[in-house]
Design a protein around this ligand. Structure first.
Ligand code: BG6
Ligand code: MG
Length: 220
């Protein structure tokens, strides 16, 4: 019986996945590396420093910078990212998300945020949805990020539920892997190809229907 929902943030609740891409693309261009949307699928769900490492490897520059220089590059990306997110308001919830969260609350489902982003709490405040949630897993507390199951297992723990009693919602390949490894029912948002490992997938958040999700997850 499903009693909780564990949400990714970027690309599931709000369109910040696009802002991460734009900020990484601009940072990469500054150091002579081209990234496109296809490559960007690999960056979804993983931490800031892991993203930078993948970009440097993609451009054949994995040995080009010291640790301090890499920290500086990651900071530059985050500064540009913060200029995008400072404009976020409740109108920036992705289509269908407001209804989904409110219906889940009415059904007394527990809700936790499981995002790799250190900007997550600030974005949740700007979206004005924090009061609907029972908590946020602190990404700094993790031994391993997505695709490791730890973040989703901790999310279920916060609700005092077993992973099998929760549904995880994600737009990242690494995130779906993390949910599946936690033995949780996975709901994917995105292209059929990127979401091929999800237990149930939709192309857009507008297609997320709580009754359908619960019916499918409870049958599992
Ligand atoms: C994830 C995003 O939610 O958070 C990644 O999908 C991002 O793209 C990661 O790199 C870390 O975010 P932040 O805000 O801590 O740089
Ligand atoms: Mg995401």
């Amino acid at each position: 019986m499903i009693k909780g929902l564990i949400f990714d943030l970027d690309g599931v609740i709000t369109d910040t996945a696009e802002y991460h891409f734009l900020a990484w693309k601009s940072l990469a261009e500054k150091i002579g590396i081209e990234i496109d949307r296809e490559f960007n699928e690999q960056l979804k769900g993983i931490s800031r420093m892991e993203s930078l490492e993948l970009i440097l490897k993609h451009g054949g520059k994995e040995e080009a910078y010291t640790e301090a220089e890499k920290e500086e590059l990651a900071t530059q990306k985050n500064e540009e990212y913060k200029t995008y997110i400072k404009e976020i308001t409740p109108d920036d919830l992705l289509p269908g998300v407001d209804t989904l969260l409110k219906e889940a609350k009415e059904k007394n489902l527990g809700m936790v945020l499981a995002s790799a982003s250190k900007n997550g709490p600030a974005i949740m405040e700007s979206l004005e949805i924090m009061d609907l949630f029972d908590g946020i897993v602190d990404p700094a507390s993790l031994k391993a990020g997505k695709p490791d199951p730890e973040i989703f297992v901790k999310g279920a723990d916060m609700l005092n539920l077993k992973p099998e009693e929760c549904v995880g919602l994600e737009d990242a390949e690494a995130g779906i892997e993390s949910i599946n490894a936690a033995h949780m029912f996975s709901v994917g948002v995105g292209s059929r190809d990127a979401m091929k490992e999800a237990d149930y997938a939709v192309e857009s958040t507008a297609d997320l229907d709580l009754d359908t999700i619960l019916e499918k997850a409870n049958q599992d």
